[in-house]
Design a binder for this molecule. Structure first.
Ligand code: DAV
Length: 370
């Protein structure tokens, strides 16, 4: 990819980036791409969040392309999402192509390949008018934001904030050696140590001035503390960062576990959320129903609970998975207007609508909802 020159606005009028929550009316969004996505090579950080049946694939096929037919079906569904977003009046942006099959290294480690840009929610955290490149947990994802650099430069030139959290070293010391995954009810044990601040952007979910971060095998306490102090240094007492703990045996990202969908409406995973924070006491808190996704979907990176992972177009309209009838019914009962789109084939590649996208601009301003 050739670098393109940038011409920053000397005094930008209004940031093209504006995100305070998950539900204000959506104007612009990045949708990921499966182009060139490869099987990520095994590395120590995978022992926490990944599922054992897929370990041999990562250990033996890392750097190779995904089975073509599976990738083609997922790609079709992703293009279907783009069409629906555009038909709903949302401006859709896409990543630049990157050769993810190339090996790279730091002085301390080597990654035989990258992964891909299917899930822009993971590497970039948008808070207010600023985009933060996050210190991700996996070596194979170290250069993932390369796919978004042309967009990041464009948004910055037009007035958005753009910063990178401290680049992590990802030494062996960051990862618990011979990690054994926790059992149900065993909270707070992760593959990451607190060797340095680490979090993926998808470990964070926004609710105006309150920002919720789930500790996980891709987000350590030092990572939450870095975000808390960064926001305090930059914005004073504006934000409250809440650190949460869930009962999840493969903990990675908050957006299939704990999801404030609209003011006063919190969707939670029925088993993972053992305690809802006190501040939600006046909210309607409801559990996601069992997913319908058929077992033949290999779900290489996640659980089957992708039915929670939706995308709000505004406080009512929500993109949800076609075929997830119990979830669609629940959404209607709660006053939402679901727009069902097929996405089970995309789910194989790491997530659903929330993971596959990154909100860039919504109408609205910073509020407190508690
Ligand atoms: O299986 O609940 C979802 C990952 C979404 N980025 C899970 C993790």
């Amino acid at each position: 990819m050739r670098p393109s020159p940038i011409r920053p606005e000397p005094t930008p009028a209004r940031s093209p980036v504006n995100i305070h929550n998950e539900w204000d009316p959506l104007e612009e969004i990045i949708v990921g791409s499966l182009e060139g996505m490869v099987i990520p090579p095994w590395e120590p950080g995978m022992a926490g969040p990944m599922y054992e049946p897929h370990f041999p694939l990562f250990k033996t096929q890392g750097g190779k392309p995904w089975p073509a037919e599976l990738a083609r079906k997922a790609e079709q569904e992703l293009e279907g999402l783009v069409r629906v977003l555009e038909a709903e009046g949302v401006k859709v942006r896409r990543p630049a192509p990157v050769d993810w099959s190339k090996a790279f290294s730091s002085p301390d480690w080597k990654s035989p390949s990258g992964l891909g840009a299917a899930n822009p929610r993971d590497s970039l955290l948008v808070i207010g008018n600023e985009i933060i490149e996050t210190p991700m947990a996996w070596r194979s994802r170290y250069f993932e934001t390369l796919a978004f650099k042309p967009l990041l430069k464009e948004y910055w030139a037009a007035g958005a904030g753009w910063v990178s959290a401290p680049r992590p070293q990802l030494h062996d010391e960051l990862y618990v050696k011979d990690f054994v995954q926790p059992k149900q009810g065993e909270l707070g044990r992760f593959v990451l140590t607190d060797h340095e601040p680490i979090f993926d952007a998808a470990d964070v979910i926004k609710c105006g001035r309150d920002i919720f971060v789930g500790l996980s095998s891709t987000c350590n306490h030092a990572g939450v503390e870095w975000l808390r102090r960064y926001l305090r240094d930059r914005h004073g007492d504006t934000y409250r960062v809440h650190e949460l703990l869930f009962d999840d045996q493969h903990p990675m990202h908050i957006d299939a576990t704990f999801y404030p969908l609209a003011p006063g409406k919190l969707l939670i995973h029925p088993q993972r959320v053992v305690k809802v924070p006190e501040i939600f006491k006046s909210w309607d808190v409801f559990q996601a129903p069992e997913p319908h996704i058929p077992d033949e979907h290999p779900l290489y990176f996640s659980s089957k609970w992708m039915n929670l992972n939706m995308l709000m177009l505004d406080e009512k309209r929500v993109i949800a998975t076609k075929g997830e009838e119990r979830t669609l019914e629940l959404l209607k009962k709660k006053g939402f207007e679901p727009i069902p789109i097929p996405f089970w084939n995309f789910n194989n590649f790491g997530g659903s609508f929330h993971c596959a996208t990154l909100d860039i601009r919504r109408q609205g301003s910073l509020q407190s909802y508690f």
